[in-house]
Design a protein around this ligand. Structure first.
Ligand SMILES: Nc1ncnc2c1ncn2[C@@H]1O[C@H](COP(=O)(O)OP(=O)(O)O)[C@@H](O)[C@H]1O
Ligand SMILES: [Mg+2]
Length: 348
């Protein structure tokens, strides 16, 4: 649905040239929820605004639904943008218009009749849970309600793509959850393709199918969320994941870090992560029985990524050196995420 190839964007300013995007390749399939995460200044807003040409890329191509956005005239762009809606961190509502009139606004611009507008707006207000608020003004609404108006307005032109620029960043965690649930609902209801940018890993975890991590104008890692979560490669990705999953070692090992190579008579520290079905299997009990090793769980956590159970365990294996190595080989043959943290002196 969306294809970016070698997209470059530079800004000229008094301070010199700023390379906001340094060659972005991105493919978003129809019906997908694609998250782009990065720190402030990484280029997220620039990237998402290049999709609908609110920013014109300095180089590269942007295809949306097979059409070359960069080659369009302003008139063609206006038409194309009806199929590419956007919602914003600060909602961008018209404060002098009611909820109803905000949602009606894009349809008025399209020249639709009041009757036609009504048949579109009322069901949308019901859909976003504001059926009883149509005569309110934005100042009379909570942040979450304002974003619901933003979403209804974005849906009014029956878009194929919804771009979300930090759409939940101004909201509290509970409201964020309800807005994300609404985005999921409209994604499946209308098979709407959603691209969202955020600096919060929680948002990615909650609703995204795929994720790209952007740093300094480059995508440093991308893939299905489950894969990126269980096998993060880039340091930035690991840092983002550690904001929602505890990846730190117990304090006694932070001073004398574990050895990466086996040491005779040492314990082996492992981080196991398992997804989906594997989360239900009695892996630990099996290891103890089959390999005659003792296992201590130092840290454990079970969570969900979208709807898939996802668990992490920090464990130490104690026992005969050979048995520990056999247990490790056995684990590595299974479809589990295994990270060998290292070997540490036995503590007893
Ligand atoms: N209109 C602009 N003029 C000059 N520099 C800009 C402009 N917009 C963004 N930038 C710069 O481009 C870089 C990326 O910005 P942005 O895309 O807004 O990042 P993010 O949304 O990830 O915080 C930053 O260094 C920012 O200062
Ligand atoms: Mg931004």
């Amino acid at each position: 649905m969306i294809q970016l190839s070698s997209v470059v964007k530079t800004y000229e300013s008094k301070a010199g040239t700023i390379e906001a995007l340094r060659g972005i390749d991105l493919n978003v399939s129809a019906g997908e929820i694609y998250g782009i995460i990065g720190h402030s200044g990484a280029g997220k807003s620039t990237l998402i605004r290049c999709i609908n040409m609110l920013e014109r890329p300095t180089g590269g191509t942007v295809l949306v639904d097979g059409e070359d956005m960069g080659a369009m005239t302003e008139a063609e762009l206006r038409k194309a943008r009806q199929k590419i809606s956007m919602i914003f961190q600060h909602f961008n509502l018209l404060t002098s218009r009611t909820v109803y009139d905000n949602v009606a606004f894009p349809l008025e611009i399209q020249g639709k009749s009041p009757e036609e507008i009504r048949t579109i707006v009322l069901p949308l207000l019901d859909l976003v849970g504001l059926g009883d608020r149509q005569d309110y003004y934005p100042s009379q609404l909570s942040g979450g309600q304002k974003q619901r108006v933003g979403i209804a307005r974005a849906l009014a032109s029956q878009p194929k793509v919804l771009l979300c620029d930090e759409a939940t960043s101004a909201l509290d965690p509970q409201t964020t959850k309800s807005i994300l649930a609404l985005l999921r609902d409209i994604n499946s209801r209308f098979n709407l393709t959603i691209v969202l940018i955020t600096h919060e890993m929680q948002v990615i975890k909650e609703i995204c199918d795929k994720v790209a991590v952007i740093e300094d104008g480059r995508i440093v890692e991308q893939g299905p969320v489950l894969e990126v979560f269980t096998k993060p490669q880039a340091k930035t990705t690991q840092d983002f994941i550690s904001t929602i999953i505890n990846r730190s070692l117990p304090p006694e090992w932070s001073e004398t870090p574990p050895s990466p190579t086996p040491i005779a008579g040492a314990d082996l520290l492992l981080r196991l992560s398992f997804i989906g079905q594997a989360a239900d299997e009695p892996i630990i009990a099996g290891l103890i029985r089959r390999f005659n090793v003792d296992i201590s769980i130092l840290y454990g956590n079970i969570d969900h990524i979208k709807d898939t159970p996802y668990g992490t365990l920090l464990v130490s294996l104690t026992g005969d050196d050979n048995n520990i190595q056999e247990a490790l080989r056995h684990l590595q043959e299974r479809d589990l995420g295994i990270e060998v943290i290292g070997y540490v002196a036995r503590r007893h």
